[in-house]
Every structure is written in structure tokens, then in C-alpha cells.
Write a protein that binds this ligand. Structure first.
Ligand code: ADP
Ligand code: MG
Length: 209
């Protein structure tokens, strides 16, 4: 079982969008997947509840007991954790439970600077686990057709964590499909949105083997 946490203390960075899509993409790839909603606001649970025949199983664990609670669940191929804003204790608990921490970050210096506390926590854990924990940034909500500035890439590199090749674009289809409790892969298979999510899923899977 591999646990992937999508974390960033900053609200609006695309955690829930990425966590729900990543969970569904892994499932479409044939894996048995559980999505854990660690945000007390319950956005992923709200998302799941909209669709009557929801293929993704979502459970809420919004206490800092994620690591312990996951030991008691039936084994899955993947568990995806949708991170909570702020709550450092929840982030620590999610990091401890994880094999991979994915940090979605909008391509803006303010958003990058805001990740520094999380990056410190993640790096501490990487050290404690002797590198068993992996982590990476993914650029989220990038504007289509624009290049990410060299300064932004440099600022991210300065944190010493890898930046995934895959990147998630700002597209109306993300909130659009979420409104129906669905994903871009279900509603518009073969679209660029669908392709970028499948690419993200593939890239992460490749790192977890
Ligand atoms: P978080 O969970 O980090 O707070 P969300 O995934 O809930 O972030 O995103 C915040 C808002 O931005 C939501 O309304 C969501 O629909 C929208 N959003 C997130 N990612 C994208 C994207 N790639 N394209 C368009 N809208 C997005
Ligand atoms: Mg969220």
C-alpha cells in the first residue's frame, strides 16, 4: 500500500482538485484506492456525496491520527490524503502516514514562500525515514500557454525538493466536473485536462515503484 498526501497549508492551491483527480486516475488505472479527507471542511467528502454512483471511496480523518487510523483499514493499493489548510498537527500526521508528499503550488512567489514551513516538516521526515519518504512540488493552476518564469522555478528549486514534470493547468473543467462529483477523466476523457492528470498519476506511480 502506498500513501500519497497532497499537502499545502495554503488554501486554494488545488489540493482537493488534485487529490480527487489523482485518486480517480489511479483507480481508472486499475488500482484499489481510498481517498482520505483530512480537511475538517470536508470538501472531498462534499465532492463525493454529489454523485450518486460515486466510484471513489472517501473517508474523513480530520484528527491527527491519520497514521494510526490507516494501519487499521483494509489494505488498498493507494491511499490519497487530501490535506487540510493551516492545521500543522494534521499535516504532521499526514506526513508520517505517507510514502509520497505532493505539494501543489501556484506559480507565484507568495505561494512558494508560504510553503516553507511545510517543506521544513517534510525534509525532517525525509531525514528520519532515511529517504523512504519522497516529496515533490507540482505546479498547480498554471495559466495555459504561458511558461513558468525562471525566477519561479529557481525559487522552488531553492527549497531542495524536486519539481514534477507534470503540471496542472488552470481550466474551467476542474470546478465544472467537481460540481457534479466527477472528474475530467470521466466527463471528458482524452481532453488535455484528462491527459495532464493521467500524466501526473503516471509520474508519481513511477516514483513509488
Ligand atoms: P485547496 O484544496 O488547496 O484549497 P481547491 O482544489 O479546493 O484547493 O481549489 C480552490 C478553488 O480553485 C476551487 O474553487 C477549485 O475549483 C479551483 N481550482 C483548483 N485547481 C484548479 C484548476 N487547475 N483550474 C481551475 N480551477 C481550479
Ligand atoms: Mg481543499
Amino acid at each position: 500500500m502506498k500513501v500519497i498526501a497532497v499537502l499545502n497549508q495554503k488554501g486554494g492551491s488545488g489540493k482537493t482538485t488534485i487529490a480527487t483527480h489523482l485518486a480517480r486516475a489511479l483507480q481508472i488505472g486499475g488500482a484499489d484506492v481510498l481517498l482520505v479527507d483530512s480537511d475538517p471542511q470536508g470538501s472531498a467528502r462534499d465532492w463525493a456525496a454529489v454523485r450518486e454512483e460515486q466510484p471513489v471511496t472517501v473517508v474523513g480523518i480530520d484528527r491527527p491520527t491519520i497514521e494510526r487510523d490507516l494501519k487499521n483499514i483494509a489494505r488498498k493499493d493507494f491511499v490519497v490524503i487530501d490535506g487540510a489548510p493551516q492545521a500543522a498537527d494534521l499535516a504532521v500526521s499526514a506526513i508520517k502516514a505517507s510514502d509520497f508528499v505532493l505539494i501543489p503550488v501556484q506559480p507565484s512567489p507568495y505561494d512558494i514562500w508560504a510553503t516553507s514551513d511545510l517543506v521544513d516538516l517534510v525534509k525532517q521526515r525525509i531525514e528520519v525515514t532515511d529517504g523512504k519518504l519522497q516529496a515533490a512540488f507540482v505546479v498547480s493552476r498554471a495559466i495555459k500557454g504561458t511558461r513558468i518564469g525562471a525566477e519561479i522555478t529557481e525559487a522552488l528549486k531553492g527549497y531542495g525538493l524536486p519539481i514534477l514534470e507534470s503540471r496542472i493547468t488552470q481550466r474551467v473543467s476542474y470546478p465544472g466536473t467537481a460540481a457534479g462529483g466527477s472528474t475530467v477523466m470521466d466527463v471528458e476523457p482524452g481532453s488535455d485536462a484528462s491527459k495532464e492528470i493521467l500524466s501526473l498519476s503516471k509520474e508519481i506511480k513511477g516514483k513509488l515503484i
